[in-house]
Design a protein around this ligand. Structure first.
Ligand SMILES: [Zn+2]
Length: 312
């Protein structure tokens, strides 16, 4: 999963304000991360960047910086407000480090987490410690009502999810409210689209065929209010993993939390750039192979880690 790069060459690209990832051809299906610039500008030997559930659950909150003061007391951390992936994000991190050079943990607004260390062990230990402090217990959610979902299951392409927690996106009122708000982080827009397919049961019963079962643009999943979630069997493993992550984030976000959503311009930018290097052949192949999305989660995670950073 690692792509060797010449550090001097990467730094020269940053100096000239040139994005790095697109300039490198795929080597054996791998391409450098879109966040290569961020990895390169940090002085540490090891830089870990993850989109972990708990980090995102804090990173989407307007009060995130205040909430984390106590939780991360004693850690050299900084909050980086949302910036587009690539050079722009690297510049924001560079500025933050210039004012506080000791920083080795960055919470990236509407994005994720960066943790640094001078060797793998130190970085991993720090990541575990930060994750432990950021951990949030998920909310309980009502069980799915399969009456309406069974109607959808009659259509050949749709199936019940094997991961129960996904139903929360339909059965949990707080999760539905969060979904209706829009896009919380780039991977959500890239893999699941800019608008969430969330419908009242009546619409599903009367208009499912015309609205959601057309062959041209069927969504990867559908959430039905108070009923639960159904998955399109053509959904890719990356889409499925992103959806599971989104459900886990919403289950860790309380109703009273005020959230920052990506604005229209930010979403357009994410989608136009195929940010995070996700519109890559590995993902495309799965699109062409409809059965590829139906795998056990462990298998998906393996594929996700190997193929692109978005599923991590
Ligand atoms: Zn990222």
């Amino acid at each position: 999963m690692f792509v060797p790069m010449e550090l001097a060459e990467v730094k020269e690209s940053i100096r000239r304000n040139m994005e790095i990832a697109p300039r490198f051809a795929l080597k054996g299906g791998l391409r450098p991360s879109i966040e290569t610039a961020t990895h390169a500008i940090l002085r540490h030997q090891v830089v870990i960047h993850v989109h972990s559930i708990n980090a995102i659950a804090w990173a989407i909150r307007l009060d995130g910086p205040d909430q984390l003061k106590d939780r991360l007391a004693g850690v050299n951390w900084q909050w980086i407000p949302y910036a587009a992936s690539g050079i722009q994000l690297a510049r924001e991190i560079e500025k933050a480090v210039a004012s506080e050079p000791e920083t080795d943990v960055f919470i990236l607004g509407n994005h994720g987490l960066v943790v640094c260390g001078n060797d793998c062990h130190a970085a991993e230990k720090r990541l575990c410690e930060v994750e432990r402090r950021l951990a949030i217990a998920p909310r309980r959610f009502p069980k799915p009502d399969t009456t309406v979902l069974a109607t959808i299951a009659r259509f050949s392409r749709w199936q019940f999810p094997t991961v129960d927690s996904l139903h929360a996106l339909g059965t949990d009122a707080v999760s539905r409210k969060i979904l209706r708000g829009g896009v919380l982080y780039p991977c959500q827009a890239i893999f699941l689209g800019p608008a969430m397919p969330l419908f009242p049961p009546a619409v599903v019963l009367s208009k499912f065929t015309e609205r959601l079962h057309r062959s041209d643009r069927t969504p990867p999943f559908v959430a039905v209010e108070r009923s639960g979630v159904m998955l399109n069997e053509r959904m890719t493993s990356a889409e499925r993993a992103t959806l599971i992550g989104l459900a886990q984030v919403t289950q860790r976000t309380e109703e009273s939390a005020r959230l920052r959503y990506l604005n229209g311009e930010e979403v357009t930018d994410v989608l136009s750039k195929g940010a995070h290097g996700c519109n890559e052949p590995a993902v495309m192949e799965e699109k062409a192979n409809p059965r590829a999305g139906i795998k056990e989660l462990d298998e998906e995670r393996k594929i996700g880690y190997n193929r692109n950073e978005c599923v991590s």
